[in-house]
Design a protein around this ligand. Structure first.
Ligand SMILES: [Zn+2]
Length: 203
């Protein structure tokens, strides 16, 4: 089929559906649907835009408390270790820059990951005061948040000390799946959180 034929076929089909389309547009419900859809699309865009702005403010204003969130041998050069940092307070995680050690497909990232990716690409974390904690950030933050709930006025230094002790306990005590599950529940982690192997709590 050449382009002119394809063009004519499209015109014909458009003529056919146009009639039904115009008929439906007269229906009150369909009109309302179109109004709502229009407004909904605007609100979703606004919501995402404001979310992005306030997350950026949060990241900018945070006095980061950094841990190492990712430390694995480089895929390209096994003698090197690739490390990334993340913040216990605001949740900024460099891991998003190179999740699997491969090229990132930006469109595959979630909205949160895209916001982090953009922020970190423009403003890399300063690695001046990275604590010696090495752990999956979600797990570390869940424990950190519990510590802060119990001791709201605690210093960063003390919070890190408590976090280190809690992680040591996880590393050193063999856990049944049942115990893992109950801990996941207690810490408010998502149900499918699976980073509960000893190896994942690195140090
Ligand atoms: Zn932070």
């Amino acid at each position: 089929m050449n382009n002119k034929e394809a063009y004519n076929i499209a015109i014909n089909e458009l003529e056919i559906i146009e009639k039904e389309y115009n008929e439906l547009k007269k229906d009150e419900k369909v009109r309302r649907y179109n109004q709502l859809k229009f407004r909904r699309d605007i609100l979703i865009a606004d919501k995402n835009d404001f979310y992005k702005r306030y997350k950026n403010e949060e990241y900018n204003n945070c006095k980061h408390l950094l841990i190492t969130t990712y430390a694995k041998p480089s895929r390209l050069d096994k003698s090197k270790v690739v490390t990334y940092c993340g913040c216990l307070k605001c949740g900024l995680n460099e891991k998003v820059l190179n999740v699997n050690g491969w090229f990132i497909d930006y469109d595959q990232l979630s909205l949160d990951e895209q916001i982090m990716f953009d922020f970190l690409s423009n403003k890399p974390l300063k690695k001046e005061n990275v604590t010696d904690i090495e752990c999956d950030l979600e797990l570390a933050r869940a424990i950190y948040n519990k510590i802060m709930e119990a001791h709201p006025k605690i210093s960063d230094k003390k919070a890190i000390k408590y976090l280190g002790i809690a992680l040591d306990n996880i590393r050193n005590i063999d856990m049944t799946n049942e115990r893992k599950e109950s801990r996941v529940k207690r810490l408010g982690l998502r149900k499918d959180f699976n980073d509960w192997q000893k190896d994942d709590v690195m140090n």
